[in-house]
Design a protein around this ligand. Structure first.
Ligand code: NAD
Length: 291
């Protein structure tokens, strides 16, 4: 608390519901560790209060904020500028205020890519199968394509996100060298075939997380092969049903979404402060049950 004074800069988190978020704990501990004069607070903001809340970033001269559901897409008209990835994804999770000019970024995709790099894994030039086209799946697809993944097969079930999946495929094929294709999750033969040929499978659907902890989109270990990467964006629980099945198939690289969560935060932290977040320190401090 000694660090809070008349000069402290405020960073907010605007979402609803949001009280469960780990982001305030993560960022405030990182500010304290580096002796930075910022404070990070969560605000319960739904779509109806979003415009006023964004204006308050300028009014209060806040340094910026994180944006989560249900505001990631809705915030776009209230911002002055967008990063290329945020523009392509049509979504923002981080806002930076430079003297009243608000720029929107999306750090979920860069967080995903950085978390692979942290594990010594390079998926540039490789084939990816991605399930999901929501708040996580969309920026993951866009960033993977921007960073040089060669092919992405996007699978979605027949719900309202199927249209988003279609848009993601279109924009990737138009704006990047990556070859994206659209697939129906209901087509098991196609799904199995694409998994057999891919280098990385990423599940960004929320299957495996409460209340779907007993759900995995892949249930037959023989659909996986040892040399691939299986990545679940879920991090609670740390080991999902999908991850257990992948391990039983002998898959060498099986990861949960904890690294992505930390690295998306670290990227936002750097955008606000210009400093590297002490990621290992934060991982040990907050997620120490993994030690
Ligand atoms: P969302 O609701 O925006 O999108 C969910 C997507 O999964 C949609 O495409 C939907 O069609 C599909 N889907 C949902 N339930 C399904 C099911 N039972 N079977 C098949 N497809 C299904 O959600 P989101 O914000 O994209 O979050 C998805 C997951 O990613 C969640 O588990 C979330 O915790 C995780 N996530 C992790 C991080 C991280 O940093 N690790 C960040 C964001 C989200």
């Amino acid at each position: 608390m000694e660090r809070i004074d008349g000069h402290t800069l405020l960073i907010g988190l605007m979402a609803y519901p949001i009280r469960h978020s780990m982001s305030p704990t993560m960022h405030n501990n990182a500010f304290a560790k580096l002796g930075l004069n910022y404070a990070y607070l969560a605000f319960e903001i739904d779509n109806d209060k979003l415009e006023d809340a964004v204006q308050s970033i300028r009014t209060l001269d806040m340094r910026g904020c994180n944006i989560s559901m249900p505001n990631k897409q809705k915030i776009l008209p209230y911002l002055d500028k967008l990063s290329p990835a945020a523009k392509m994804a049509g979504a923002v999770n981080t806002v930076v205020n430079d003297n009243g000019v608000l720029t929107g970024y999306t750090t979920d995709g860069t967080g995903f890519m950085k978390s692979l790099e942290d594990e010594g894994l390079d998926i540039r030039g490789k084939k990816m199968v991605l399930a999901g086209a929501g708040g996580a799946g969309t920026p993951i697809a866009i960033q993977a394509a921007l960073d040089g993944v060669a092919e992405i097969a996007i699978f979605n079930r027949d719900d309202r996100n199927f249209e988003t999946a279609r848009q993601n495929v279109e924009i990737i094929n138009k704006e990047t060298d990556c070859k994206a294709s659209l697939h129906r999750l209901e087509d098991s033969e196609d799904f199995k075939q694409c998994l057999a040929e891919c280098d990385i499978y990423c599940d960004a659907t929320g299957a495996g997380m409460k209340p779907l902890e007993d759900v995995s989109l892949v249930n037959d270990p023989s659909w996986f092969h040892e040399d691939m990467i299986v990545y679940d964006t879920v991090y609670a629980p740390r080991e999902t049903k999908l991850m257990k099945i992948a391990k039983s198939a002998g898959v060498k690289h099986v990861h949960n979404g904890l690294g992505m969560m930390l690295e998306q935060g670290a990227e936002a932290f750097k955008l606000w402060t210009g400093k590297e977040m002490p990621v290992d320190y934060i991982r040990d401090l907050i997620f120490n049950e993994d030690k």
